[in-house]
Design a protein around this ligand. Structure first.
Ligand code: R5P
Length: 278
């Protein structure tokens, strides 16, 4: 709704229902024939239902004669299962992208996909937006100017770089390793964090295990204040309490996933991308 307001675009409501057996029912309550249609459906829990809803809406809009359909999935579920880590596993992201491709959508837009590289091989025009500057801006306005921006793992260093550009306190990364069978996370790496304010950026906080270990490591290295910032705050079970108990002053997330910490809206980011794509 917020995206439509920013773009001054017409909204076509879609009725959602669940049948008693759990199947989804969807119905467009307006005409889309000949229109350029943007469907916004995040894939937060329940991921499977929300992904299916996105697919049903995208396919139906094409069938109802939309001139072109852009699908916006702010949180792209299954993005972490982007390869076969253990023999016999599904490469779930690849399958999800194949399904999007089958709906004939013109373009897929998402926010901070876990591994944006995989999107390049999706066989569908895909745009990955980053909400890290928005998160950093939110924190800068709340007194974190000059804080050290931290990412978890070298692959995610880009997040720390983006955060650092806004907060102005430089960037660094910690190394994280997860045991594939137990899920336990180990965090390593020395930082110049003594008496500094530190913001730890991550794409997702799910169970909170990774962030808890990261916060503990930064606190141990003498940081003055530690804040946890993530784009997709899934915050499963007691993740939030655990992170705060481990020494983080605050958790800040975006509204790609509704949560008690979704203080930053990605609507302006998505509206801009849609406006620019014509
Ligand atoms: C991992 O590669 C991701 O970037 C996140 O760090 C991870 O998914 C967080 O999961 P959890 O909160 O369950 O540790």
């Amino acid at each position: 709704m917020r995206i439509a307001e920013l773009l001054k675009a017409r909204v076509v409501p879609v009725e959602f229902k669940s049948f008693p057996d759990g199947e989804s029912y969807l119905r467009f309550l307006g005409d889309v024939e000949g229109d350029r249609v943007c469907i916004v459906q995040t894939a937060c829990p329940p991921q499977d239902t929300n992904l299916l809803r996105a697919l049903l809406m995208a396919d139906t809009a094409v069938e109802l004669g939309a001139e072109e359909v852009v699908l916006v999935v702010p949180y792209l579920a299954y993005a972490r299962q982007d390869k076969r880590f253990l023999e016999g596993e599904t490469v779930s992201l690849k399958t999800v992208l194949k399904l999007f491709r089958a709906t004939a959508v013109k373009k897929l837009i998402t926010v901070d996909a876990h591994n944006p590289k995989v999107l390049e091989e999706a066989g569908i025009e895909a745009q990955n937006l980053s909400a890290i500057p928005l998160l950093a801006e939110h924190l800068r306005k709340r007194g974190l100017r000059g804080a050290l921006s931290l990412s978890l793992g070298k692959k995610a260093l880009d997040m720390a770089v983006k955060g650092g550009e806004v907060l102005g306190g430089g960037h660094a990364c910690l190394i994280t390793r997860r045991d594939l069978l137990t899920g336990r996370v180990v965090v390593e790496g020395a930082l110049e964090a003594r008496a500094r304010d530190v913001v730890i950026f991550d794409d997702i906080i799910s169970t909170g295990g990774t962030m808890v270990e990261a916060v503990k490591a930064v606190v141990k290295q003498g940081a003055r204040r530690v804040l946890a910032a993530c784009v997709h705050p899934l915050l499963i079970r007691d993740a939030m309490e655990m992170i705060l108990r481990s020494g983080a002053e605050q958790i800040v997330g975006t509204d790609t996933v509704p949560s008690p910490v979704s203080f930053v809206s990605v609507a302006p980011l998505i509206a801009d991308a849609l406006a620019q794509s014509g």
